[in-house]
Design a protein around this ligand. Structure first.
Ligand code: SF4
Length: 193
């Protein structure tokens, strides 16, 4: 399955696209700078404090955690800075930390597809299949996510849609979930019109 390779995206950009596909347009087509929201600043500060200062490797019982890995996947044109790649029982998988409120069960859909992007980054650099990921919600602890073939195929569709938005300068419909707009840094540009 061949995809267009005109642009490189980060797992975070994938997360934002799944949150609201309109964001890709504002981020990559109409790319004037925007102010960070309070929620975003909180996340950045938390990452600086808890993760960015850490060593690249930290051994704890039977788990090795590699912090702050900068990885690329040229086939999918993905790049990014991973919070953590964890190795346990010969398995390697991404772990991403979130400061926002956790869902009652599982993980939010944008977080699932951010993990799929990170899994592809690990696969390209470590030569191993990655079939799970973990979201560490600050208020709810670790949630393990199984990344199925279906998730990976859907991820490829998402990447293709992101590239269409950019190459065709397509402003997609606003998200149907109005409450998402409350915390969106692009509100002033978008206003759902
Ligand atoms: S304001 Fe709402 S519709 Fe517009 S980009 Fe943000 S989340 Fe999407």
């Amino acid at each position: 399955m061949l995809i267009s390779k005109s642009l490189w995206f980060t797992p975070e950009a994938v997360r934002q696209h799944v949150y609201c596909p309109r964001i890709t347009y504002f981020r990559y087509v109409d790319d004037t700078s925007v102010q960070m929201t309070i929620k975003m600043k909180k996340g950045v500060d938390d990452h600086e404090k808890t993760l960015r200062g850490k060593n690249t490797s930290n051994r704890r019982s039977n788990v090795i955690r590699y912090y702050n890995l900068r990885l690329e996947n040229p086939y999918f044109r993905l790049y990014g800075l991973l919070d953590v790649a964890e190795v346990k029982d010969s398995e390697i998988y991404p772990v991403d930390r979130k400061t926002g409120k956790a869902p009652e069960h599982g993980v939010y859909r944008p977080h699932r597809f951010q993990l799929v992007a990170e899994a592809f980054l690990i696969e390209a650099n470590f030569g191993r299949d990655v079939s799970k990921g973990v979201i560490e919600y600050r208020n709810a602890g670790r949630r393990v996510v199984i990344l199925s073939i279906k998730d990976k195929l859907e991820f490829i569709n998402i990447l293709n849609k992101m590239r269409q938005v950019v190459s065709q300068e397509k402003l997609l419909k606003p998200t149907p979930h109005l409450r998402k707009c409350t915390d969106c840094e692009y509100w002033k540009k978008c206003r759902r019109v």
